[in-house]
Design a protein around this ligand. Sequence first.
Ligand SMILES: [Zn+2]
Length: 245
Amino acid sequence: MLPDLDQLIQLQQLVNAAAEAQRDVDAIPSHIAALDDRLNSSREAVESAKQKLDEAKQQRQAVEKELAEVQSRLSRFKEQLMAVKTNKEYTAMQHEIATAESEVQRLEDAILEQMLEADELTVGVDNASATLKNEEAEIANERGELESERGTLEGQLKSSAEAQASLSASISNAARRLFEKIADQRGGIAVVEAKDGHCSLCNVRLRPQIFNQILKNADLIQCDSCMRLLYHDPGDSPVGETAAS
Ligand SMILES: [Zn+2]
C-alpha cells in the first residue's frame, strides 16, 4: 500500500474516533442539566408537600382560635344564666347556650378532621423527603460517572491529538494538505472505503477502471462525486477482489 494512503487511513481513524469522543464530551452538559432538572423537581415536591402541611396547620389554628372564642362566649352565657330575672330572659339565654354548644361541637369535629388530614400530609412530606434523599444520592452518583467519563474522553482527545500530530509529521506535505482540504470541506471525513464498486460514503457508483485502481491502494484517488480519498480494505469484499483480478 502507498505509505501516504496507509497513514491517511490511520489519520482518518484517529480523526473519526476523536470526533466521536468530542460528541460525547459535548453531550455531557445536557446530561448534567437533565440530572439537575430531576433534582429540582424532587426538591419542589418536598417544598410543595411542606407548603400543604403548613397551610393545613394555619387553617387549624384559625379554627382553634374560633373555638376558643365560642367557648369563652359559652362560659359568659352560663354565668349570665345565673343572673337572669325573667322566664323570657332565661329561655333566650338557653337558646344562646344551645347555639354556642352546637357551634363548639361543629368546630371540634372540624379540628379532628384537620388533625387526620395533617397526619396524611405529614406522611406526604416524609415520603417526598425520602424520595429526595434517594434522588440526591443517585444523582450525585450519576454526576460522578459523567465527570469521570468526561475525564476519560478528554484524555483520549489529548492522546489522539498527539497521535494525529506525530502521524501527520510522517505524511508528505501534498497528501496532508489534500487531506486537510477535503476534511475541511466534507465534515471532517476525507478518507473512506470503496466497497463493491461504490464510494461507501456518498454511495456513488465508481467507474470500473477507477475501482480497479483503488483496489491496488497504490495511489491517492478521489471520489468523482464527494471528492473524498478512496481506499480498499483487503480484509473484506470478495466481490472487489474479483474485480481486481
Ligand atoms: Zn464519494
